[in-house]
Design a protein around this ligand. Structure first.
Ligand SMILES: *Cc1c(COP(=O)(O)O)cnc(C)c1O
Ligand code: SF4
Length: 350
């Protein structure tokens, strides 16, 4: 069991997670994209299994050197909707606040991979933070502030509290949401001081937990979520549909059930974004729709996430699950049930 995060190709070789013969080729990947694997995640990876679903998410691969023509550095055009540094304001009632560009792990499919990492956009300074808070204060339509990045839970409780105190003073902000992987990848980090800092805005607080495979929800991860939820924080999930990792109905069902068992309500299942060097993770939308359709009806409604695509160019998220209702020429609808049978709605009179 490793005691610190693995951050270089040499670390990964020493830990037995990649073969020494790949050191040179993997170095070409890590020169471009950051690497970090926490002890908790390293402990879950079977170094002898090249298709280990945890390993595929965090271990650098030569496949990342292939960039396809449709891929782009800023796949969902955060930059185009950034009125001041650190703020992304794409939807009327909510903004992203990107206070930090560091993560405890670096996911190989990350949609912000060109912006995160030790070489990334850095951490927001005091001046930038006050400009960002002033923007939120000046826009009364902002009902929700979403801290993302990077992973906001890597910030110290002191820095988080400073941001939360700023939000506390803005009456029109009712909801604070954190997007994080920490409860899963570093569960021991979820301790009292951090939890108090997360709640220190006094607003209704949500955490969107990012996890992609049921094995990530270890007993330690579940206990970390329980500490957050018992402290009064509501939790939802977000996952990315990833080829070779979770693109099968039974794996996704296990993942969604693990969330629900943990009191984390499944929220989004993202189709992978067009981030550079990630084509090996993407299936087509039709395959994604088939997987989603196979879960509907067979597992509890509590376990159903919404399948979404962030439209390239900054047009926001769109729901891309199959539409069960098809309008018929006579003005009624044909509705498909979970067994694939069609029914006319409203049914004709007896
Ligand atoms: C995804 C995203 C959000 C959050 O969207 P929800 O549908 O509310 O989860 C907000 N702002 C931006 C810019 C986003 O990309
Ligand atoms: S935790 Fe999020 S931001 Fe960080 S590397 Fe993974 S997907 Fe990217």
């Amino acid at each position: 069991m490793t005691v610190r995060s693995l951050k270089s190709p040499e670390d990964l070789v020493d830990a037995g997670l990649i073969d020494e013969s790949r050191l040179e080729s993997v170095r070409r990947v890590t020169e471009r994209y950051a690497v970090a694997v926490t002890p908790a995640m390293a402990g879950l990876i079977d170094g002898n299994d090249a298709s280990d679903p945890i390993g595929l998410q965090f271990l650098p691969s030569e496949a990342e050197l292939l960039q396809t023509p449709e891929e782009r550095a800023d796949p969902i055009s955060d930059e185009a909707h950034s009125p001041v540094p650190g703020i992304v304001h794409r939807y009327p009632d909510r903004v992203l606040l990107k206070a930090v560009h560091v993560c405890p792990v670096y996911c190989r499919f990350c949609f912000r991979r060109e912006m995160v990492g030790p070489q990334g956009n850095g951490t927001m300074g005091a001046d930038e933070l006050s400009t960002a808070l002033a923007y939120i204060r000046d826009h009364e339509e902002i009902w929700e502030v979403i801290l993302t990045g990077g992973d906001p839970l890597v910030l110290s409780p002191r820095r988080l509290t400073a941001i939360m105190e700023g939000l506390k003073a803005i009456a029109h902000v009712k909801i604070v949401r954190f997007h994080t992987r920490v409860p899963v990848v570093d569960p021991g980090h979820i301790e009292t001081q951090l939890i108090e800092a997360l709640k220190s805005s006094g607003k209704t607080t949500y955490i969107a937990l990012h996890a992609n495979h049921p094995r990530e929800l270890t007993q330690e991860a579940r206990a970390a979520c329980a500490r957050l939820i018992d402290a009064g924080i509501a939790m939802v999930s977000q996952s990315v549909l990833l080829k070779g990792i979770n693109d099968a109905p039974d794996i996704l069902a296990d993942l969604m059930r693990a969330f629900v068992e943990t009191r984390v309500k499944p929220y989004y299942l993202h189709h992978p974004d067009l981030a550079p060097g990630t084509s090996h993770f993407r299936m087509n939308i039709e395959d994604g729709q088939r997987i989603i359709a196979a879960m509907r009806g067979y597992i509890s409604g509590l376990c159903q996430p919404t399948y979404v695509l962030d439209i390239p160019g900054g047009h926001g998220k769109a729901v891309i699950g199959q539409n069960a209702a098809a309008k018929q020429p006579e003005g009624c609808y044909s509705i498909s049930d979970f067994n694939g049978n069609d029914h006319i709605y409203p049914p004709s009179a007896e």
